[in-house]
Design a protein around this ligand. Structure first.
Ligand code: GLT
Ligand code: MN
Ligand code: MN
Length: 387
């Protein structure tokens, strides 16, 4: 039987090695699953229809590995990628796990920590390039505070900027042609993390020496934790040409970072997100930064991975139906009929005068019903499967 929602290579689904490789450790309990080797992950994800895998330096190579050991691990991994036609579109650095990063990496007060973070990142950029990654993610996991007395937050931002400027030049100097994607998160593991939202990152990028090389990697969970609208954050990034990568997962608002299976929470929000990505023609990989419930064994991990991709494709099909639904499109046509695109234009005295002189019946416009109840109910019925 052909499965309409079966992931295909052209869907460009990717997973981090750390996602399906997550062993279910949490602050209250030990790992519940044995480790999966990177080679096994590549094999299995390829069989499920994924396009590629992404990784931190230490997902593949442990800190302190001898050069010969590093080269052997990279060789075996590349062989697995080749054997299974899998790509590595994105790479990143683990700047949060080792205790040296307990006070941050690029923003740490101790200059030796910042030096080590830079050295580690340059090595990881080399690795990413070797594996063919075109996007390099920066998630400042521990770039934050519990004790605000320890540093002026303006210094933290200056340090972060200095490091990114240096690393952009490193990429240019080596001819890597890589782009950077900054990932925001409001808190966890730190009490507060600097540049906490995608919007903060977008503003910060414009202060860099190579803003054209740097965009964002918004994560569903990270915008949803503080109750923000992820679909709006992604739209802003898309609209200014800064959506360089995306982390899809599931999250309940107001809780710790859950990184649940994509589409397991707020299916309507996920629907508008998928519709936005598909309608915009965005051609980046659809990356899942999530992990299986702690209740699962290895089989459950693959159920999780299959579920992320399948739900994306189901929502994509729902978006197609939304765009083809005569009743929904009728309401949208009514909305468009009143929006008068291009009515304002850039400023001129004449236009300003015309704005003042055109007659507007404010009572009539204030009283008009907008049919959003009907629009939302139709969307809900479509999502619930009866349209
Ligand atoms: C970590 C974090 C993610 C980041 C990853 C990249 S690592 O799992 O929770 O949101 O995207 O560093
Ligand atoms: Mn993420
Ligand atoms: Mn997360």
């Amino acid at each position: 039987m052909t499965d309409f929602y079966q992931p295909r290579l052209e869907d460009r689904f990717t997973f981090g090695l750390w996602t399906v490789g997550n062993r279910g450790r949490d602050p209250f309990g030990e790992a519940v699953r044995p480790a999966l080797s990177p080679v096994r992950i590549v094999e299995k994800l390829a069989a499920l229809g994924a396009y590629g895998v992404n990784l931190h330096d230490n997902d593949l190579i442990p800190i302190g590995a001898a050069p010969a050991q590093r080269d052997r691990m990279v060789r075996e991994f590349k062989q697995a990628l080749d054997d299974h036609n899998m790509k590595v579109p994105m790479a990143t650095t683990n700047l949060f796990y080792h205790p040296i990063f307990k006070d941050g990496a690029f923003t740490a007060n101790d200059q030796a920590v910042r030096k080590y973070a830079m050295r580690k990142t340059m090595d990881a950029i080399d690795l990413g390039h070797e594996l063919g990654a075109g996007v390099y993610v920066f998630w400042g996991g521990r770039e934050g505070t519990e004790v605000d007395a320890c540093r002026d937050p303006r210094d933290a931002i200056k340090r972060f900027r200095e490091c990114l400027n240096f690393l952009c030049e490193y990429v240019v100097d080596n001819g890597y042609g890589m782009r950077f994607a900054l990932e925001a998160k409001p808190n966890e593991p730190r009490g507060d993390i600097y540049l906490p939202t995608t919007g903060s990152m977008l503003a910060f990028i414009e202060t860099l020496e190579h803003p054209e090389m740097v965009g964002v990697n918004p994560e569903y969970a990270h915008e949803t934790m503080p109750g923000l609208n992820f679909h709006h954050a992604v739209a802003q990034a898309l609209e200014c040409g800064k959506l360089f990568h995306i982390d899809l997962n599931g999250q309940k608002p107001g809780k710790y970072d859950q990184d649940l299976r994509f589409g397991s929470e707020d299916q309507k929000g996920c629907f508008f997100l998928v519709k936005l990505l598909e309608d915009s023609g965005w051609d980046g990989p659809r990356h899942f930064d999530a992990h299986a419930y702690r209740t699962e064994d290895e089989e459950g991990v693959w159920d999780f991975a299959r579920g992320c991709m399948r739900t994306y494709n189901i929502l994509k099909e729902k978006a197609r139906r939304f765009n083809a639904d005569p009743e929904i499109q009728g309401i949208l046509a009514g909305i468009r009929a009143t929006d008068g695109a291009d009515w304002l234009g850039s400023y001129s005295r004449e236009r300003a005068e015309r704005l003042r002189s055109d007659s507007i019946d404010i009572e009539q416009h204030a009283l008009r019903g907008l049919h959003y109840e009907k629009l939302d109910q139709l969307t809900t019925e479509l999502l619930l499967g009866i349209r």
